[in-house]
Design a protein around this ligand. Structure first.
Ligand SMILES: [Mn+2]
Length: 235
């Protein structure tokens, strides 16, 4: 399982060469392959070529939603309400129909007997098999929840009064392996493991390698391609 790559191709190639997965191994990314970093398109193509499984992150979701709005614009003349940054627009324009097909094919979660892979997390009320549009969005975005287990927007989040989502997670989907929130080191809780170690911010790209009962983290240090807008949270 690989943490958020965000276009860090060089780091991803190095990490894979350390692990050297065999054809029988399953490789899975926790989402956010693209955006922020330098080589989003190449990472996206590598995942397709190497048959790496990917769950949908909020950055993949952004491109999917933009595509659907553009389609609607063509059909009805309605304006696209979304705005992409220049770098995002360039990436969007470089995507082929095959790339879009790949993006649309990404599942929200991948379930195994003892673990589930998804991008951000679940709320106490999340039922992964019956999700409406709003709840689907939360699975790709949740960080903090309030004392009633409700989603808290990022700019309202306060670690002093809110819970990290996994603190209220009861393990009903097994161990959840997720990304979305960069940590200095992988965060290991009773029923959840966060493996985004902020590759694009110059910390490290991490993988969790599971072999039977054995669990190992493999990391490569990364260059800084983007600046964090907030100080690094110590969770
Ligand atoms: Mn994310």
């Amino acid at each position: 399982m690989y943490g958020d790559i965000h276009g860090c191709l060089e780091e991803f190639v190095r990490l894979r060469s350390l692990i050297h997965p065999k054809p029988k191994d399953q490789e899975i990314c926790v989402g956010d392959l693209i955006n922020k970093g330098p080589h989003s398109l190449e990472v996206l193509r590598l995942a397709q070529k190497e048959k790496i499984q990917v769950v949908r992150g909020n950055h993949e979701d952004k491109f999917i939603r933009y595509y659907l709005h553009e389609e609607e614009k063509e059909r009805t003349g309605k304006k696209n309400p979304m705005r992409l940054e220049l770098s995002e627009l360039r990436l969007y324009q470089a995507l082929t129909p095959q790339d879009f097909e790949f993006l649309f094919s990404l599942p929200l979660f991948i379930r195994f007997t003892s673990c589930t892979i998804l991008h951000a997390g679940v709320l106490p009320s999340t039922d992964l098999l019956h999700l409406d549009k709003k709840e689907t969005a939360k699975v790709m975005r949740v960080r903090y929840v309030d004392y009633k287990g409700r989603f808290v927007m990022l700019d309202r989040s306060d670690p002093k009064i809110h819970f990290w989502w996994s603190e209220l997670y009861d393990g009903r989907y097994g161990t959840i392996i997720y990304g979305h929130q960069p940590f200095l080191r992988p965060r290991v809780d009773r029923f959840a493991i966060g493996i985004d170690t902020g590759a694009v911010y110059g910390n490290a790209l991490s993988a969790l390698v599971i072999d039977g009962m054995e669990r190992e983290f493999v990391q490569v240090p990364s260059k800084a391609y983007a600046k964090r807008s907030k100080p690094w949270p110590l969770l």
